[in-house]
Ligand binder design. Structure first.
Ligand code: TNX
Length: 509
C-alpha cells in the first residue's frame, strides 16, 4: 500500500558562499556552510510570543517577502503543506547577543533561526534576510520556483548605538509620503534614528496648537518662494508611528536661538531687537535671526512648544539646534541654552544641540552634535557627555559629489562617494575616545532640493556607506570590498524607485 504521506523533497543546491553575499552593512561575523535554504510557497514563519513585538517583525518580513517574490507566507498560522521549511524569529537572552540590536541567524536546509534579545534586534536581522533573498527565483532545481538563500551563520551587532540621518524639512517642505519613503530606505540599511530639522528662518513645519500662527504664517514659505507646508500633529504622530514600526526613533529639532526668522515673523515678541527684522525669507543666508533671550515670555512660549512636541515623541531626545547664532551675543546665547536645557529636562528628554552648545554649562545627559569644530567635540570628555558625529567635510549629504553635481552646496568641500566612506567615526576627532561617541548621523540640508527625486540624488548612494560606518566594526571598513557590495544594491534601489547618483567610482552592474 502506498504511503499517504508525501515524501519530503530533497533538492540538491549548487554550492553557495554566505560570506560572499553583498550585505550592507557588513555583518560582524559570517560563517558559510555551502548549502542553502529554499524559500518557496511551502515556507512558514513562526515567532516568539513572549514579546508582542516579535510577531510584528514576522509580519513585516512576510510583507517584504511578498513584495519581492510574490509568495504569501503565513505568520504563526501554518496550514497543512506549509510546514516543509520554517523561519523562526525567536526571543533569546543568550549572552552571545551583545545589546538590544544584536541578532544571530542560522540558515540550514530546512530552517532559518533568527535570534535576538529584543524586537529591534529581530528587525535588524530581518533586514539581513531581506538582502539575502535573491531578486530572481531559481526555476530549474525543482518543479516550482524557489529563492535560494545561502546557508551558514551570521553573528551581528552594531558598532554604535546611534545611527541616523537628518532631513531638513524647513528649507523645503517634504510631504509625509516623502518622509516615509526615506524611512523605508533607512530601515533597510539598519539605521535607527531620523532627525527632523523642523524649523528654520524660511519655514516652521510643525503644528503647535497653543501657538497657531507658527504654521499659519511661519509655515507658508520656503527657499525659492514655494508655498511651504507643515505637518499637523496627526501627521507628525503618523510619521513617528511609521518610524517606530521600523524601530526608528524620530528626533525633533526646533532650531534656536538663531534660525528663528519664521517663528518671529509669526509672533514678533519673540524677536531680539538687535537681529534683522523678520520678513518672509526665501533666500539661503544664515546667522541673522535671534530670539529675544532676555524675555520670560520667550521661555514660556518654548515651554509650550517643547511640551507639545515631546508629548508626541516617544524617543529620548529633543534637539534644540543652537548653531550659527551669530545675531545673539555670546553671554545671551549661553544663558539661553542653559535655560532651554532646563525646559527640555523638565519634559523628561535629553537635550541634543549642534556643537556650539558646549559654550554653555551642559548636563552630562545632554548630547553634543559635532559638525564643524573638533575642539567643541572634545569638551564632551570634561563634561561626560556623548557626541554624535556629523563632520560636514565627510558626512554632509547636501555637499556636491563633484563639480558637475546637479544639486547641493560646496562650502565644506566636494564629497565623492569614496571620500564619504573613507573615514572612521571612532577616530575622526583626534583624542576623542570611542566611549564618548554615541554614533553617526548624515544630515541632509535642503536648500537645493525640494522633492524625493532630488533628495535621493544627494542621499544615494552615500547614505548606504554611512550605514556601514555606523554599524560595522572598523576592521570591515574597506572601500574596495564595499564598492562591490554597493554596486549590488542597484536591484533594491530600482525596485524601490530610489534615484541615485551613478558615480563612475563604482562598477554598477
Ligand atoms: C550649515 S550645519 C548649517 C545649516 C545649513 C547647512 C548647509 C549647521 C548646524 N548649520 O543651517 O543648512 O550648513 O550645508
Amino acid at each position: 500500500m502506498a504511503s499517504c504521506q508525501e515524501k519530503k523533497e530533497e533538492i540538491s543546491f549548487p554550492k553557495t558562499d554566505l560570506a560572499k553575499a553583498p550585505l550592507v552593512p557588513k555583518p560582524f561575523k559570517t560563517i558559510s556552510t555551502g548549502s542553502a535554504f529554499g524559500l518557496d510557497a511551502g515556507t512558514a514563519i513562526f515567532t516568539s510570543n513572549s514579546d508582542a513585538g516579535f510577531e510584528k517583525v514576522g509580519k513585516f518580513l512576510s510583507e517584504q517577502i511578498k513584495s519581492k517574490t510574490g509568495l504569501q507566507i503565513g505568520v504563526n498560522s501554518a496550514t497543512e503543506g506549509t510546514l516543509e521549511r520554517l523561519i523562526y524569529i525567536n526571543q533569546s537572552d543568550s549572552v552571545e547577543l551583545k545589546g538590544p540590536e544584536a541578532y544571530q541567524i542560522y540558515i540550514k536546509k530546512d530552517s532559518i533561526l533568527l535570534n535576538a534579545k529584543t524586537a529591534a534586534g529581530a528587525f535588524r536581522g530581518v533586514q539581513t534576510l531581506r538582502q539575502l533573498i535573491p531578486e530572481k527565483s531559481n526555476d530549474t532545481l525543482t518543479d516550482h520556483p524557489i529563492w535560494v538563500i545561502p546557508s551558514g551563520k551570521i553573528i551581528d551587532a552594531p558598532r554604535f548605538e546611534y545611527r541616523g540621518s537628518m532631513l531638513d524639512v524647513a528649507r523645503h517642505f517634504f510631504t509625509v509620503e516623502e518622509v516615509k519613503k526615506y524611512i523605508d530606505a533607512l530601515a533597510y540599511y539598519k539605521f535607527n534614528t531620523l532627525h527632523l530639522h523642523l524649523t528654520d528662518d524660511q519655514g516652521w513645519r510643525i503644528e503647535i496648537k497653543s501657538w497657531p500662527k507658527l504654521t499659519k504664517i511661519g509655515g507658508a514659505s520656503e527657499v525659492g518662494g514655494g508655498e511651504g507646508g507643515f505637518y499637523t500633529q496627526e501627521q507628525f504622530k503618523d510619521i513617528v508611528a511609521y518610524a517606530a514600526e521600523r524601530h526608528i526613533t524620530i528626533i525633533p529639532e526646533i532650531d534656536m536661538p538663531g534660525h528663528t526668522n519664521a517663528a518671529s515673523l509669526s509672533y514678533p515678541f519673540l524677536h531680539a531687537p538687535d537681529a534683522e527684522t523678520p520678513r518672509v525669507r526665501t533666500d539661503m543666508r544664515v546667522g541673522y535671526s535671534s530670539f529675544d533671550t532676555k524675555k520670560d515670555t520667550v521661555y514660556s512660549f518654548l515651554d509650550d512648544v517643547i511640551g507639545e512636541i515631546t508629548a508626541m515623541t516617544p524617543g529620548p531626545y529633543f534637539h534644540i539646534g543652537g548653531d550659527e547664532s551669530h545675531a545673539t551675543k555670546k553671554s545671551d546665547y549661553i544663558r539661553f541654552v542653559e535655560k532651554v536645557q532646563k525646559i527640555v529636562r523638565k519634559h523628561n528628554k535629553r537635550m541634543v544641540g549642534w556643537n556650539e552648545i558646549v559654550q554653555a554649562e551642559l548636563d552630562s545627559s545632554s548630547v553634543i552634535h559635532f559638525w564643524n569644530k573638533p575642539e567643541y567635540a572634545l569638551k564632551a570628555i570634561e563634561n561626560g557627555s556623548k557626541v554624535i558625529m556629523s563632520p560636514a567635510k565627510k558626512a554632509y549629504l547636501d555637499m556636491k559629489y563633484d563639480s558637475i553635481s546637479e544639486y547641493g552646496l560646496n562650502w565644506a568641500g566636494l564629497i565623492p562617494v569614496d571620500i564619504a566612506y573613507k573615514w572612521d567615526p571612532g577616530t575622526y576627532v583626534e583624542n576623542l575616545p570611542e566611549e564618548n561617541i554615541l554614533g553617526i548621523e548624515a544630515p541632509l540640508w535642503s536648500e537645493t532640493i525640494s522633492n524625493s527625486e532630488e533628495l535621493e540624488y544627494l542621499a544615494f548612494p552615500r547614505l548606504i556607506g554611512y550605514a556601514e560606518l555606523g554599524w560595522s566594526p572598523s576592521e570591515h571598513l574597506d572601500w574596495d570590498d564595499y564598492k562591490e557590495r554597493l554596486a549590488a544594491q542597484v536591484p533594491y534601489l530600482e525596485a524601490m524607485q530610489i534615484n541615485y547618483y551613478p558615480t563612475k567610482l563604482v562598477n554598477w552592474k
